[in-house]
Design a protein around this ligand. Structure first.
Ligand code: AMP
Ligand code: MG
Length: 434
């Protein structure tokens, strides 16, 4: 028998969506900056990019071979080799000096500009180059279509074209296209700086000797890593003890950031120094969000040396803090960076065990999504231990099964929604046939 604790349901709980909306209303897209292209991956373009010239800037060869006039070799076959006089060798990076007229050809390398007069390139393999002694004559063994093996001027980008528009996210291909137009910098919306501070007397920093009663601060590192994945610049302070002085001192180091993310000390009922300090120095809300894990959440603005800085207070449990950051913090980063709000992909999967939802909150259960043995289905198996203290479950799983608010049970065999994590490649592994 599973006890139902629905009576604990609080009418004053905020939905995940309402909490997110309240949070997002406090953020704006940050100002534009000009970044070196090598530092721009993941940023959003703030100004249209117009090409100053065509790419490629001239017709060039797609093969190592011979540039010639196609009409000269219309009859060429293995049996009827047609000989042309070689007048020049054109390497990539050089301009041709000689014009091709009937009966002539130039030896040309891939990427080299096509000489005037030539209208096709025959690759080495289709000539007698390897078997002939003559360096002056080249025997052509096949015919060519007009413009065969010629890359046309401007076939990639034409001069004056708006090739990348404001709002485009910089991916590896986008940064390559920007580079191909000769730009070494790009205008983007600035990456947010995120100040990260874990609180708790029980914490030690990794690298310190373990002491009785203490645990290592993992939250600062999971959250900092998540902010990096989303394109922000995190700054970690070593954790604060639960004292007013220490907390205020550490927070004061974050005068320059765009958002502060703290962990622990925000549960509703409890007395906590963290809440005291946040209340005293800012305009904070302490919410109960209708979700499990990660019900307690703090959000507001805190005064640091005259600046009002948004502060997101995550719960202390390592899993809760990651999931709360995913649900709230990362959207704030996206908005500051000028990104469209895109939710994590949700896929359908067949549940392999019952999931009980004891208190009617929206439950996010860590599951392993994979193909069934027969490969005919996508299945989701919940991890045995769903404790919000078990951080290993976050890398052993690849998604969160969603049990809607008010639903007591998801049954073995039922089709469910699973939100896939954004920081691994599990989705493609599942969807790809190979
Ligand atoms: P609290 O929110 O302070 O009640 O903390 C809830 C749980 O999370 C406790 O077991 C804490 O020890 C743990 N915890 C708090 N902060 C961290 C942290 N930075 N890293 C790992 N665990 C933490
Ligand atoms: Mg604590």
């Amino acid at each position: 028998m599973v006890k139902n604790k629905k009576s604990h349901y609080h009418a004053d709980m905020l939905s995940v969506e309402d909490a997110r909306e309240k949070i997002l209303s406090q953020f704006n897209q940050l100002e534009e900056v000009n970044l070196k292209i090598e530092n721009s991956l993941g940023c959003i373009i703030s100004k249209d990019i117009i090409s100053k010239f065509s790419v490629p800037p001239w017709n060039n060869s797609a093969m190592d071979g011979y540039a010639l006039i196609y009409q000269d070799v219309m009859e060429a076959t293995e049996e009827n080799i047609i000989f042309l006089k070689v007048i020049e060798e054109i390497a990539a990076g050089e301009m041709p000096k000689k014009k091709i007229s009937r009966g002539f050809a130039s030896r040309i390398m891939t990427g080299a500009p096509i000489p005037e007069g030539a209208d096709a390139v025959i690759p080495f393999e289709d000539t007698d180059e390897l078997t002939s002694d003559s360096s002056e004559l080249i025997g052509i063994k096949v015919f060519a279509e007009e413009f065969e093996n010629i890359r046309k001027k401007g076939e990639d980008i034409s001069k004056g074209e708006t090739i990348i528009t404001r709002g485009t996210e910089i991916t590896p291909a986008v940064v390559g296209v920007i580079a191909s137009m000769g730009f070494d910098t790009v205008n983007v919306f600035r990456r947010p700086k995120i100040g990260i501070l874990s609180t708790g007397n029980e914490l030690l920093e990794p690298g310190q000797d373990l002491e009785d009663g203490k645990i290592y601060n993992s939250n600062s590192h999971t959250i900092s890593s998540l902010t990096k994945i989303y394109g922000a610049d995190p700054e970690i302070q070593s954790h604060s003890r639960d004292t007013v002085e220490d907390l205020e001192k550490k927070l004061n180091n974050f005068e320059h950031v765009d958002m502060i993310v703290t962990s622990a000390g925000v549960s509703k009922g409890d007395y906590d120094v963290v809440k005291d300090v946040l209340n005293k120095n800012g305009d904070m809300n302490f919410w109960s969000v209708n979700m499990r894990p990660a019900k307690p959440l703090a959000f507001g603005k805190i005064n640091i040396n005259g600046r009002k800085i948004p502060l997101l207070g995550l719960p202390g449990n390592p899993v809760s803090s990651m999931i709360a950051f995913e649900k709230f913090g990362r959207y704030a980063i996206d908005k500051m960076m000028g990104k469209q709000i895109v939710h994590r992909p949700i896929i359908k999967a067949i549940l392999q065990e019952d999931i009980h939802n004891h208190d009617g909150r929206r439950l996010y259960a860590r599951v392993i999504v994979e193909k069934s043995k027969s490969e005919s289905q996508i299945i989701a198996t919940p991890l045995k231990n769903q404790s919000s203290g078990v951080l290993t479950s976050m890398f052993l799983s690849n998604g969160l099964a969603i049990c809607p608010s008010g639903t007591d049970i998801l049954k073995n065999g039922q089709e469910i929604d699973v939100e896939m994590f954004g920081w691994n490649e599990e989705i493609s592994k599942i969807i790809n046939e190979d």
